[in-house]
Design a protein. Sequence first.
Length: 263
Amino acid sequence: MSAAQRLAGKVSIITGGAAGIGKAVCERFGQEGASVVVADYNLAGAEAVAAAIEAAGGRAMALQADVTDKTQVDAMVAKTVQAFGRLDVIHNNAGIIQVKALLDLTEEDWDRVQAVNLKGTLFGIQAAARQMIAQGTGGRIVCTASAAARRPNPYFAHYSASKGAVVNLVQASAVALAPYNITVNSVCPGIVATAMWEHIDKVISSEEGLPVGETIRRRLEGVPLGRVQAPEDVAGLVAFLASDDAAYITGQAYNVTGGMVMT
């Protein structure tokens, strides 16, 4: 089997699959031969991604899902199995950010970010793992954390905290699920060319009285590779972790930051 078809025959779910990193992962999985369930709160966006995968000759299905709702996450897995017969890979990628100063954070701000980024990841791990255990064939779970888990930012402390917790949740899950041959890993992206980073730049630049784009430019000074990363830079690593090539890797948090974060 060529590297380009490492995921042939695998059934996968990608949450937050309608845009950004999730969209790139969906496209990469489709190219590598996986059946792809594009799950997102934005159903129209998910449908567009699924349609593009099918137009390119792949197999895909769009599902609407709010990852903060356990019932919807369980239903997402059940619908995937109903459509494709099994589940081999889940990428818990759905996430949100809010740019706000530490002392201005409200309880509602904190709860909303933790609900999507952390609770949503937990629900995804649980639902996927239960299905994989029932199948008895193992599986791959990948979760999106962030460079903010390693290098917290005062403009989004609650986001940084949620992603640090994702890294720890992944490690605990890796130990718990190892007896079932289920690996659990996380990826920690840095400055990615997505709507999320456009929002970060706009708000922080405004707060600091800088022109739009200056926040990203200054942060790029600390990136040895010297460029903003593309969502596809992350998708390649997720595809590897979902493949049999990564069968002996679990509990890891991989920085995808162009060298900005090295520990």
